[in-house]
Design a binder for this molecule. Structure first.
Ligand code: PMP
Length: 282
């Protein structure tokens, strides 16, 4: 199958997979999700994604219907049914199916697990990004990876219409993250990014990159920076699980970065090595 769909144990092509209209994901976006890459059918960063998934569920008081091992086994059914050994795995858990009412369903209503896979070539780090700044009008729970993504959808579309690849969110002068990525800057040899508080999603790629930078002896600062800092950065890095990381070449049509190539190159090699080691069969 090209796009393998999964819903509560049922597997079929994603294009024909039906889910009940009463699934609370449909009318409230009442659930959480994760997405990661797999190569040779090995999931990259699965434990870290699972930790964040469990955290998101805890913050939404969404009970996990199965153990970590059982969840992995269910998700692997999807990966194993995929034609390609390399791709992207998405999964989401919603608060179950019931007639629409805002408060939680009855306790006997079980959460719904939906997943799908998409064959994907592995990222090459080659493509440079064009970014567009957009005011961050999201709420104050951006650390929870919920299905509610409307401000991100609107920002991503605004970026696309401006001929850009990604939108950079800012609250006033303070840069937070991007519509579906984290953002980091290099300035005078220091790697800087917004702290992992409630205003950003604690990205797994961001976390990996910061750890690799520390291992390489590159100074890291988790402090907020401004739009001016962004425009004057030596280099701007955009990270996410599906792209890993890329550097920016333009912000709002003005060239940016290109002055910390050596540091970006060292991080890129370290990240590639980590990715290759984690996804090569033992
Ligand atoms: N921030 C937001 C808002 C995102 O949607 C994503 C991607 N899911 C990220 C950051 C990057 O997170 P990760 O590295 O875990 O994919």
């Amino acid at each position: 199958m090209i796009h393998v769909g999964y819903y509560n144990g049922r597997i079929e092509p994603l294009e024909t997979l039906m889910i009940p209209a009463g699934d609370r994901a449909v009318y409230f976006g009442d659930g959480v999700y994760e997405a990661l890459l797999f190569r040779g059918r090995i999931l990259f960063g699965f434990e870290e994604h699972l930790d964040r998934f469990e955290n998101s569920c805890r913050m939404l008081r969404l009970p996990l219907p199965m153990s970590r091992d059982q969840l992995k086994a269910e998700l692997m059914k999807c990966v194993d049914a995929t034609d390609s050994p390399d791709g992207m795995l998405y999964w989401q858990l919603s608060r179950g199916t019931e007639m629409r009412h805002h408060d939680f369903p009855e306790p006997d209503v079980r959460p719904n697990l939906l997943a799908y896979t998409k064959p994907m070539a592995m990222p090459t780090f080659a493509k440079k990004r064009r970014l567009k700044t957009v005011e961050d009008t999201r709420y104050l729970h951006c650390n929870i990876k919920t299905l509610n993504l409307i401000p991100s959808v609107m920002a991503a579309q605004a970026a696309k219409e401006a001929g850009c690849d990604e939108a950079v969110f800012h609250r006033g002068e303070t840069v937070t993250e991007c519509s579906h990525s984290n953002i980091l800057i290099f300035k005078n040899g220091v790697l800087r990014t917004h702290p992992a508080d409630n205003l950003i999603l604690p990205g797994i790629t961001r976390m990996h990159l910061l750890a690799l930078a520390r291992d390489l002896g590159i100074p890291v600062e988790e402090t907020a920076f401004t739009l001016a800092d962004l425009r004057e950065a030596d280099d701007v890095l955009v990270t996410s699980s599906t792209v890993l990381f890329s550097t920016a070449e333009e912000i709002d049509g003005i060239p940016v970065g290109g002055c910390a190539r050596e540091l970006c190159g060292r991080l890129r090699s370290a990240y590639m090595e980590k990715f290759n080691t984690c996804t090569s069969s033992k």
